[in-house]
Design a protein around this ligand. Structure first.
Ligand SMILES: Cc1cc2nc3c(=O)[nH]c(=O)nc-3n(C[C@H](O)[C@H](O)[C@H](O)COP(=O)(O)OP(=O)(O)OC[C@H]3O[C@@H](n4cnc5c(N)ncnc54)[C@H](O)[C@@H]3O)c2cc1C
Length: 378
């Protein structure tokens, strides 16, 4: 739809993570000249690599009062994922592990029924597809669930992907379209003017027509030049993975922990620490996560720990993305994917592509100038 004339547009993407790589690929497929500038030695090693890789539109929409705009964006993104996964597969260097086998939210004990009731009410409110299961049916769907199970909600549309395989696949796909991905290229200044934008940093200087800022929570460091970036709220997460001693029929999203299968491991997540951006692992917190996971699926008691790690989500004060034009000329913002950037990557990328190409805009709920608050410290 856009291809004609686009080969002249030079777009630089600051940040080679979930949103930056996806946006670069979406634009490269339309013929734009894209260059991703990634601070680290390898792209995709920020929150993307740290994440749980769940594509849980149903659960995430129902779990909290996510709001209609989030649910609609997540629904659109989930609907794009089949096509994205198929097109990315030839570029993957390891299996993408993409599957749409749903997520199961088991409720346990006295609090379980009320939690399931709330999920069901929200799912009904937002038109999210779900099934409410009694305990016996939930056990038939996912054998081995723990004691005190009172029932479950199932979100059949949800999926998962190996997020660590996704980054390299996107890099290869961008390059296959003629795009460039440069690593060890931290951007420290974004100088925009009517003629275009100059990006600079220790690795050099680059002049382009448009810039997409997608540097995750660290976009904050560029807020002197791109003022909206100060609205990023870091939200640290600690996670672990264990040996795959049990077969999961899909993601398990319980109240106190989640489980998702990846090749050779089951990931267990995650803490949520607003304002924290350090990479310190706190063994008491990860032990509590492991204990919660073992209560959900007792077979995990025998599972050896494979890895423990941290990551930082790019949050905002209202939990919604920031998608739109910056007050800095020719700069488009792809920020605030928070705890769902893998799920949201296709829809955010295609929205960003349309904004860059002046072919569309985002839902006003994601407008950069809506009332948001920045963290006062940290
Ligand atoms: C513990 C945890 C679990 C999660 N689980 C899920 C999940 O199950 N499903 C889901 O959908 N989402 C999940 N997420 C959220 C998801 O990972 C993020 O929303 C997503 O990665 C955000 O994408 P991003 O591109 O904004 O940031 P990132 O993926 O962090 O990428 C930003 C990139 O920008 C680079 N960068 C930073 N500063 C600069 C600079 N100055 N110049 C150049 N490059 C720069 C960084 O090095 C990084 O590579 C999880 C996140 C965490 C931390």
């Amino acid at each position: 739809m856009f291809r004609s004339g686009l080969s002249q547009i030079r777009v630089a993407i600051v940040g080679g993570g979930a949103i930056g790589l996806a946006s670069a690929w979406a634009l490269a497929r339309e013929g734009a000249q894209v260059t991703v500038l990634e601070a680290g030695p390898v792209a995709g090693q920020g929150a993307l690599a740290a994440s749980g890789g769940m594509l849980a539109q149903g659960f995430e929409g129902a779990n909290e009062d996510a709001g209609r705009a989030f649910v609609a964006l997540a629904e659109r993104s989930l609907s794009l994922w089949d096509d994205w996964a198929e097109r990315l597969t030839p570029h993957a260097t390891a299996p993408l592990g993409y599957r749409r086998s749903g997520s199961l939210s088991p409720g346990f004990g006295a609090r379980g029924e009320a939690w399931l009731d709330r999920l069901e009410a929200n799912a009904a409110l937002y038109g999210i597809g779900f099934e409410r299961l009694d305990a016996a049916t939930a056990r038939a769907v996912q054998p081995g669930l723990g004691d005190g199970l009172v029932g479950a909600m199932r979100f059949p549309g949800d999926g998962e992907i190996d997020n660590r395989a996704l980054g390299p696949a996107l890099v290869n796909a961008i390059r296959a379209e003629g795009g460039d991905v440069r690593t060890s290229w931290p951007v420290t200044r974004v100088s925009s003017g009517s003629g275009g934008v100059v990006l600079s940093g220790p690795a050099g200087r680059m002049e382009v027509d448009r810039v997409i800022l997608a540097a995750g929570w660290q976009s904050r460091d560029l807020s002197e030049d791109v003022p909206e970036a100060r609205l990023m709220v870091p939200v640290k997460g600690q996670m672990l993975s264990v040996a795959p001693v049990a077969a999961l029929t899909g993601c398990i999203r319980a109240a106190d922990a989640y489980l998702s299968s990846k090749p050779g491991r089951i990931v267990i997540g995650a803490t949520s620490e607003t304002g924290a951006s350090d990479d310190r692992i706190e063994p008491d917190l990860t032990a509590a996560l492991q204990e919660a996971a073992e209560a959900i699926l007792p077979a995990l008691k025998d599972a050896a720990t494979v890895e423990v790690w941290t990551g930082v989500r790019p949050g905002t004060s209202d939990g919604l993305p920031i998608l739109g034009r910056s007050v800095a000329e020719h700069v488009v913002l792809g920020l605030g994917a928070f705890r769902n950037g893998v799920l949201l990557a296709p829809a955010m990328a295609e929205t960003i592509r349309d904004i860059v190409l002046e072919q569309g805009k985002a839902d006003p709920a994601f407008a950069p100038d809506r009332p948001l608050t920045a963290l006062t410290q940290g």
